[in-house]
Design a protein around this ligand. Sequence first.
Ligand code: IPE
Ligand code: IPE
Ligand code: MG
Length: 248
Amino acid sequence: MNLKNKINPDKLPSHVAIIMDGNGRWAQRQGEHRIFGHQNGVKAVRDTTEAAAELGIKYLTLYAFSTENWNRPVEEVNALMELLVHTISIEKDTLNKNNIRLLAIGDLKSLPPKCYDELQEAIRDTSGNTRMSLVLALSYSSRWEIVDAMKQIAAKVKAGEMQADQINDEVVSAHLTTAGIPDPELLIRTSGENRISNFLLWQIAYTELYFTDKLWPEFSKEDFYTALIDFQNRERRFGLVSAQLNSK
Ligand code: IPE
Ligand code: IPE
Ligand code: MG
């Protein structure tokens, strides 16, 4: 039986988030420049998006560029932005063909104008698609997002639009850039690093974490299926005890 057939379609996560890490190391291992690794990471993005859509997953969020990544050498940042513009313009037709909607989270205004425009155009041109949402995290960091939400909420309280004691989980969630998107049930990180690197800190409160040593450019559909099978074999207790879950 192949891996895909081992996935239970009734127990699929509706949202999978991925920290796509290891492009630079993948390139350097073969004596190439780090940018070569980013270029080769695009295939893994394509394959994973296709695999998720085929399975019926509703949201796939990919961490493509963090707020902290702006501090990398300028040539690498520029190459990543170029690659982004190029990839979005090339892949837009495929997204439409596959009925996939593009969304983006992060401090998008900080992107170079060409990148920002290309992104907004792709978001607009795919907005009617309903099979899956592909969410790109760009210039994203969770602390930035939470601080930004705090500012919006504080401003509303100050303006008398809401009371401080009305602030609850739902209100905070509704002011994050992920408003309207369900929390991920599964978070995958490639490249053997066991950390979150400022990604979706609020949203992953009860998310299952899956770490693999595979570097992002070598991450395949089979690796994605393996992560899903691992997820499906876990017991998600949400603070309860096993017996309570089994008596439901
Ligand atoms: C992930 O790969 C892509 C981005 C962060 C943009 P890296 O570029 O972090 O690759 P490593 O971790 O240095 O190998
Ligand atoms: C996390 O990878 C960000 C993205 C995958 C976009 P990094 O390579 O930037 O993370 P650290 O610096 O190793 O924690
Ligand atoms: Mg890295």
